[in-house]
Design a protein around this ligand. Structure first.
Ligand code: SF4
Ligand code: SF4
Length: 520
């Protein structure tokens, strides 16, 4: 019998599922089983909500529970157990007739049903992360919150059919669009409209803190608590786009970005003379060489690592930064292609602000094609496809990018077209919302559908937030997506056939072949 079963991310063992003592991500079998138990409790909670209405506490538990089970978020049995107990208490408070669901029923279901229910479950985990970030900033949407209960109930529906589940899969994508719009509003209302910003990769001498993940509110609190203390702040991973928000960039000690892609953290944090604060996912098993300087907050948790609780008192992180002292000299780092700065801040506000320039560049032929090269990064060697693809795009094309995958090429200088840089970073993975807004605006300007635009989606996926974004694109009817580096293990042959026949999704091949296919 399997010790665990998990196939929710791209790096799953043998591209089929992690089943042994630990997953490829380092999640141990006991933790995986506790996460299944937690998910089963959430499905029980969804049942209870049908009998008695959800409260703000119920909603928060649903979001926290789903977010906790995302890849690379929580490796801590203790906090997973505590959360499961809280969920069970809430369930009993709402109704004492709902049983928790045994996830083995899902993992052993008929393969097409398992595939569709997995798409819903993993998609909901992604949506929950975005809804959680919006909630922290005081933004919520009833329609989004209500759908978590509907979607989770469908997982335990033993009468569900392919026909009943398919619309729910697409509805998950639709709800994610609403949720990404909510988070976009939360971020821009709170921190302003992002502006194009060049971010140095050099770390200045003296004490500093590295902050990673998506949570801009945590960054703001950290910036406030470190003001005038002689400590500089460096972003990492998905926190890079924070530099573009006026209400964050106004802090003079927000200095630059440290490190390349998230999967290089074990090497890059090795003996770092600074603490690292994890605000969301992409936490890899912590190595002893830097374990004393890792801090977590919100739903991120790792055994024996100091956790900053709801009071958001970052004093332990600040004290650690002062004790470690940082580098004694300014220390230069580069991106993976040797560049020593990166740019960000080309959100939909900026790009649509120069829409007339973009439209006229297309009309004059200065811009012939747009590529959205975005999504996740990861450890697989095949992911250099994305660097090579970008390098080989013709000089009359624009690369829009977002999310973690951009670290493969965001330090390249590919020049400009009509004053616009050829590579434009639109932000975090949730800023896929901005890319969709730009695509829709272009289609309106050219009086055609998004599928008829000279625009190609070259996506990389890794974890569950990428799943909900993919479902959003399918909900919008976007076709001809190139997806890599490998296809999800949870797509059964029949469901994959459906996606290929209806949406013409293709696995990536080589940059040369794919560019030829796209550009003719
Ligand atoms: S999250 Fe990914 S790597 Fe980790 S156990 Fe699950 S499938 Fe395996
Ligand atoms: S881009 Fe992918 S790997 Fe990075 S945070 Fe988003 S979903 Fe996770």
């Amino acid at each position: 019998m399997n010790k665990m079963f998990c196939f929710q991310c791209e790096q799953t063992a043998m591209s089929t599922g992690c089943t042994g003592n630990a997953g490829v991500c380092g999640k141990k079998s006991d933790t995986a089983n506790l996460q299944d138990k937690l998910t089963g409790a959430l499905i029980g909670l969804a049942c209870a909500v049908k009998k008695s209405s959800a409260t703000a506490t119920t909603d928060k538990l649903m979001l926290s529970g789903l977010f906790t089970t995302i890849t690379n978020v929580n490796f801590n049995n203790e906090t997973i157990n505590e959360l499961t107990e809280e969920i069970t208490k809430e369930k009993v408070k709402l109704s004492n007739t709902c049983l928790d669901y045994d996830m083995q029923n899902l993992w052993n279901d008929q393969e097409d049903i398992r595939s569709l229910k997995s798409l819903i479950l993993f998609g909901l985990r992604g949506v929950a992360a975005y809804a959680y970030h919006a909630m922290v900033l005081g933004y919520k949407d009833e329609q989004v919150n209500n759908f978590f209960y509907e979607g989770m109930s469908a997982i335990s529906d033993s009468n569900a059919t392919v026909e009943s589940l398919l619309p729910l899969v697409l509805r998950t994508g639709e709800i994610n669009l609403t949720c990404m719009a909510l988070l976009d509003r939360a971020n821009t209302d709170s921190f302003g409209i992002p502006v194009p910003t060049t971010v140095p990769l050099t770390v200045e001498k003296g004490p500093f803190i590295v902050i990673t993940g998506h949570d801009l509110y945590d960054l703001k609190l950290l910036l406030e608590q470190t003001a005038n203390k002689g400590i500089n702040i460096y972003t990492h991973g998905e926190m890079l786009p924070a530099h573009a928000y006026p209400e964050l960039k106004k802090y003079p000690h927000l200095k630059g970005n440290f490190g390349t892609a998230w999967q290089n953290q074990q090497k890059e944090f090795d003996n770092l003379p600074a603490p690292i604060l994890f605000t969301t996912n992409c936490l890899m098993p912590v190595r002893p060489s830097y374990a004393d300087r890792v801090f977590t907050t919100e739903v991120v948790s790792y055994p024996e690592i100091v956790h900053i609780g709801e009071n958001k008192d970052f004093t332990p992180v600040i004290d650690k930064a002062l004790a470690l002292g940082g580098y004694t000299e300014d220390t230069e780092f580069t991106g993976i292609n040797g560049g020593n700065t990166v740019t960000t801040g080309f959100g939909h506000g900026t790009i649509l602000g120069v829409a007339d320039k973009v439209v006229s560049a297309v009309k004059t032929g200065a811009i012939k094609h747009f590529f959205l090269v975005g999504g996740c990064d990861g450890a697989k060697t095949g992911r250099n496809y994305y660097t090579d693809f970008v390098k080989q795009t013709p000089p009359d094309s624009i690369i829009l990018t977002l999310a973690c995958g951009k670290y493969r090429f965001n330090d390249l200088d590919l020049g400009t077209i009509g004053g616009l840089p050829r590579i434009m970073d639109m932000g975090q993975c949730n800023d896929a919302y901005g890319a969709i807004k730009v695509a829709v605006a272009l289609s309106e300007a050219f009086n055609c559908t998004v599928n008829e635009l000279p625009l190609s989606f070259i996506l990389s996926w890794y974890e569950q937030k990428a799943v909900c974004i993919l479902l959003t694109l399918l909900h919008l009817g976007v076709k001809n997506i190139y997806l890599g580096p490998t296809l999800p293990a949870f797509l059964s042959p029949n469901i994959l056939k459906f996606l290929v026949e209806n949406y013409n999704i293709s696995p990536i091949s080589t940059p040369e072949k794919d560019l030829k296919k796209i550009l003719g």
